[in-house]
Write a protein that binds this ligand. Sequence first.
Ligand code: ZN
Length: 227
Amino acid sequence: MFGAFFISLNMNSFKIPGTNLPLKTIYCIGRNYSEHAKELNNEVPNSPIVFLKPQSSICFDGDKIKIPKQSKDVHHEVELVVAISKDGKNIPEEDAKHYIHSIGIGIDFTARDIQQQAKEKGHPWSIAKGFDTFAPISSFVSVNKIQDLHNLDLKLLVNNTSQQFGNTSQMIFNIEYLISFLSSIFHLQEGDLIFTGTPKGVSSIQKGDKIKAILGENLATLSVSVT
Ligand code: ZN
Protein backbone atom coordinates (compact mmCIF):
# COMPACT_ATOMS: atom_id res chain seq x y z
CA MET A 1 0.00 0.00 0.00
CA PHE A 2 2.72 2.40 1.05
CA GLY A 3 4.81 1.30 -1.93
CA ALA A 4 1.92 1.74 -4.34
CA PHE A 5 1.44 5.28 -3.07
CA PHE A 6 5.03 6.17 -3.85
CA ILE A 7 4.92 4.47 -7.24
CA SER A 8 1.88 6.49 -8.30
CA LEU A 9 3.50 9.69 -7.04
CA ASN A 10 6.62 8.96 -9.06
CA MET A 11 4.63 8.21 -12.19
CA ASN A 12 2.96 11.60 -12.09
CA SER A 13 6.32 13.32 -11.93
CA PHE A 14 8.29 11.37 -14.54
CA LYS A 15 10.62 13.60 -16.47
CA ILE A 16 12.26 12.31 -19.61
CA PRO A 17 15.90 11.84 -18.50
CA GLY A 18 18.22 14.62 -19.63
CA THR A 19 15.27 16.96 -20.28
CA ASN A 20 12.68 19.00 -18.42
CA LEU A 21 9.84 17.37 -20.35
CA PRO A 22 7.14 15.58 -18.38
CA LEU A 23 6.63 12.13 -19.88
CA LYS A 24 3.29 11.79 -21.67
CA THR A 25 2.13 9.14 -24.13
CA ILE A 26 4.46 6.37 -25.33
CA TYR A 27 3.88 5.59 -29.01
CA CYS A 28 5.67 2.67 -30.64
CA ILE A 29 6.11 1.60 -34.24
CA GLY A 30 6.22 -2.08 -35.21
CA ARG A 31 8.14 -3.56 -38.16
CA ASN A 32 9.91 -0.39 -39.23
CA TYR A 33 13.03 -2.22 -40.46
CA SER A 34 12.43 -4.75 -43.23
CA GLU A 35 15.18 -7.17 -42.08
CA HIS A 36 13.44 -7.42 -38.69
CA ALA A 37 10.01 -7.95 -40.26
CA LYS A 38 11.54 -10.80 -42.29
CA GLU A 39 13.24 -12.48 -39.32
CA LEU A 40 9.81 -12.87 -37.66
CA ASN A 41 8.16 -13.94 -40.96
CA ASN A 42 6.04 -10.79 -41.04
CA GLU A 43 5.08 -8.84 -44.12
CA VAL A 44 6.75 -5.47 -44.63
CA PRO A 45 3.93 -2.98 -43.90
CA ASN A 46 2.77 -0.28 -46.33
CA SER A 47 1.73 2.03 -43.51
CA PRO A 48 3.14 2.28 -39.96
CA ILE A 49 2.01 -0.27 -37.36
CA VAL A 50 1.26 1.68 -34.18
CA PHE A 51 0.86 0.51 -30.60
CA LEU A 52 1.19 2.15 -27.18
CA LYS A 53 2.95 1.26 -23.95
CA PRO A 54 1.76 2.36 -20.49
CA GLN A 55 3.87 4.81 -18.45
CA SER A 56 4.32 2.04 -15.88
CA SER A 57 6.52 0.17 -18.40
CA ILE A 58 9.13 2.97 -18.35
CA CYS A 59 12.39 2.49 -16.45
CA PHE A 60 15.87 3.96 -16.67
CA ASP A 61 19.60 3.40 -17.06
CA GLY A 62 20.87 1.03 -14.37
CA ASP A 63 17.45 -0.47 -13.64
CA LYS A 64 16.52 -4.15 -13.48
CA ILE A 65 14.19 -5.70 -16.05
CA LYS A 66 11.66 -8.14 -14.60
CA ILE A 67 10.70 -11.17 -16.66
CA PRO A 68 6.96 -11.56 -15.91
CA LYS A 69 5.66 -14.93 -14.77
CA GLN A 70 3.22 -14.93 -17.71
CA SER A 71 6.01 -15.23 -20.33
CA LYS A 72 8.77 -17.70 -21.14
CA ASP A 73 10.14 -15.76 -24.11
CA VAL A 74 10.91 -12.06 -23.61
CA HIS A 75 12.83 -10.42 -26.48
CA HIS A 76 14.92 -7.23 -26.56
CA GLU A 77 14.24 -4.70 -29.33
CA VAL A 78 16.71 -1.80 -29.41
CA GLU A 79 15.16 1.38 -30.80
CA LEU A 80 15.80 5.05 -31.43
CA VAL A 81 13.37 7.01 -29.24
CA VAL A 82 12.20 10.51 -30.14
CA ALA A 83 10.89 13.03 -27.58
CA ILE A 84 8.30 15.49 -28.91
CA SER A 85 8.94 19.19 -28.20
CA LYS A 86 5.47 20.77 -28.54
CA ASP A 87 1.83 20.04 -29.12
CA GLY A 88 0.70 19.41 -32.68
CA LYS A 89 -2.01 17.94 -34.88
CA ASN A 90 -1.91 17.22 -38.62
CA ILE A 91 1.78 18.16 -38.81
CA PRO A 92 3.04 18.23 -42.41
CA GLU A 93 6.09 16.02 -42.97
CA GLU A 94 8.20 19.04 -43.95
CA ASP A 95 7.48 20.71 -40.56
CA ALA A 96 7.94 17.56 -38.47
CA LYS A 97 11.60 18.22 -37.63
CA HIS A 98 10.51 21.25 -35.56
CA TYR A 99 8.62 18.89 -33.24
CA ILE A 100 11.67 16.84 -32.29
CA HIS A 101 13.06 17.92 -28.91
CA SER A 102 15.69 15.26 -28.32
CA ILE A 103 16.54 11.64 -28.98
CA GLY A 104 17.60 8.71 -26.88
CA ILE A 105 17.93 4.98 -27.06
CA GLY A 106 15.40 2.59 -25.59
CA ILE A 107 14.52 -1.07 -25.53
CA ASP A 108 11.04 -2.23 -26.45
CA PHE A 109 10.92 -5.45 -24.44
CA THR A 110 8.33 -7.82 -25.86
CA ALA A 111 6.83 -11.05 -24.51
CA ARG A 112 7.11 -12.77 -27.89
CA ASP A 113 5.07 -15.83 -26.87
CA ILE A 114 2.17 -13.64 -25.72
CA GLN A 115 2.49 -11.45 -28.81
CA GLN A 116 2.43 -14.54 -31.07
CA GLN A 117 -0.81 -15.75 -29.47
CA ALA A 118 -2.31 -12.27 -29.80
CA LYS A 119 -1.37 -12.14 -33.49
CA GLU A 120 -2.95 -15.53 -34.14
CA LYS A 121 -6.18 -14.47 -32.45
CA GLY A 122 -6.20 -10.95 -33.90
CA HIS A 123 -5.92 -9.48 -30.41
CA PRO A 124 -4.06 -6.27 -29.43
CA TRP A 125 -0.39 -6.34 -28.37
CA SER A 126 -0.87 -4.30 -25.18
CA ILE A 127 -0.13 -7.16 -22.79
CA ALA A 128 2.89 -8.48 -24.74
CA LYS A 129 4.41 -4.98 -24.81
CA GLY A 130 3.19 -3.42 -21.59
CA PHE A 131 4.63 -5.23 -18.56
CA ASP A 132 6.43 -3.24 -15.86
CA THR A 133 10.04 -2.34 -16.86
CA PHE A 134 9.42 -3.23 -20.54
CA ALA A 135 10.42 0.26 -21.77
CA PRO A 136 13.83 1.36 -20.41
CA ILE A 137 15.09 4.66 -21.84
CA SER A 138 18.48 6.38 -21.78
CA SER A 139 19.20 10.00 -21.06
CA PHE A 140 18.11 12.13 -24.04
CA VAL A 141 20.33 14.31 -26.25
CA SER A 142 19.14 17.59 -27.78
CA VAL A 143 18.40 17.20 -31.46
CA ASN A 144 20.60 20.28 -32.11
CA LYS A 145 23.63 18.17 -31.28
CA ILE A 146 22.81 15.54 -33.91
CA GLN A 147 24.36 15.94 -37.35
CA ASP A 148 22.12 13.51 -39.21
CA LEU A 149 19.14 11.79 -37.60
CA HIS A 150 18.91 9.48 -40.60
CA ASN A 151 22.40 8.04 -40.21
CA LEU A 152 22.73 6.87 -36.62
CA ASP A 153 23.92 3.44 -35.55
CA LEU A 154 21.87 1.43 -33.06
CA LYS A 155 23.67 -1.34 -31.18
CA LEU A 156 22.65 -3.79 -28.51
CA LEU A 157 25.00 -6.08 -26.62
CA VAL A 158 23.98 -8.97 -24.40
CA ASN A 159 26.73 -9.92 -21.92
CA ASN A 160 29.22 -7.95 -24.05
CA THR A 161 28.33 -9.87 -27.22
CA SER A 162 26.88 -7.89 -30.11
CA GLN A 163 23.30 -9.01 -30.73
CA GLN A 164 21.58 -6.22 -32.65
CA PHE A 165 23.07 -3.73 -35.08
CA GLY A 166 21.27 -1.34 -37.37
CA ASN A 167 21.24 2.20 -38.69
CA THR A 168 18.38 4.70 -38.76
CA SER A 169 18.89 4.98 -42.55
CA GLN A 170 17.28 1.51 -42.76
CA MET A 171 13.91 2.67 -41.39
CA ILE A 172 10.98 1.99 -43.71
CA PHE A 173 9.15 5.10 -42.42
CA ASN A 174 11.52 7.87 -41.34
CA ILE A 175 11.10 10.00 -38.21
CA GLU A 176 9.42 12.96 -39.96
CA TYR A 177 6.96 10.65 -41.68
CA LEU A 178 6.14 8.95 -38.36
CA ILE A 179 5.50 12.29 -36.61
CA SER A 180 3.27 13.46 -39.46
CA PHE A 181 1.42 10.13 -39.57
CA LEU A 182 0.87 9.91 -35.80
CA SER A 183 -0.29 13.54 -35.64
CA SER A 184 -2.91 12.83 -38.32
CA ILE A 185 -4.56 10.53 -35.74
CA PHE A 186 -3.43 11.63 -32.27
CA HIS A 187 -2.97 15.11 -30.84
CA LEU A 188 0.76 14.94 -30.11
CA GLN A 189 1.89 16.56 -26.88
CA GLU A 190 5.11 17.97 -25.51
CA GLY A 191 6.76 15.03 -23.75
CA ASP A 192 5.36 12.25 -25.91
CA LEU A 193 7.85 9.54 -26.85
CA ILE A 194 8.01 7.61 -30.09
CA PHE A 195 9.83 4.26 -30.14
CA THR A 196 10.68 4.04 -33.83
CA GLY A 197 11.07 0.30 -34.40
CA THR A 198 13.88 -2.23 -34.13
CA PRO A 199 16.50 -3.52 -36.56
CA LYS A 200 17.19 -7.25 -36.93
CA GLY A 201 18.79 -9.45 -34.29
CA VAL A 202 16.09 -9.71 -31.62
CA SER A 203 16.54 -12.61 -29.20
CA SER A 204 15.37 -14.04 -25.91
CA ILE A 205 16.67 -12.60 -22.63
CA GLN A 206 17.56 -14.70 -19.58
CA LYS A 207 17.83 -13.98 -15.89
CA GLY A 208 21.25 -12.53 -15.10
CA ASP A 209 21.81 -11.03 -18.57
CA LYS A 210 23.50 -7.65 -18.76
CA ILE A 211 22.15 -5.65 -21.66
CA LYS A 212 23.70 -2.51 -23.12
CA ALA A 213 22.21 -0.33 -25.85
CA ILE A 214 24.29 2.31 -27.63
CA LEU A 215 23.17 5.14 -29.92
CA GLY A 216 25.71 6.43 -32.46
CA GLU A 217 29.25 6.88 -31.14
CA ASN A 218 28.16 6.79 -27.50
CA LEU A 219 25.71 9.69 -27.98
CA ALA A 220 23.49 7.86 -25.53
CA THR A 221 23.87 4.55 -23.73
CA LEU A 222 21.53 2.44 -21.65
CA SER A 223 22.56 -0.46 -19.39
CA VAL A 224 20.04 -2.75 -17.71
CA SER A 225 20.19 -6.18 -16.10
CA VAL A 226 17.60 -8.94 -16.12
CA THR A 227 16.11 -10.45 -12.97
ZN1 ZN B 1 9.60 -2.59 -31.10
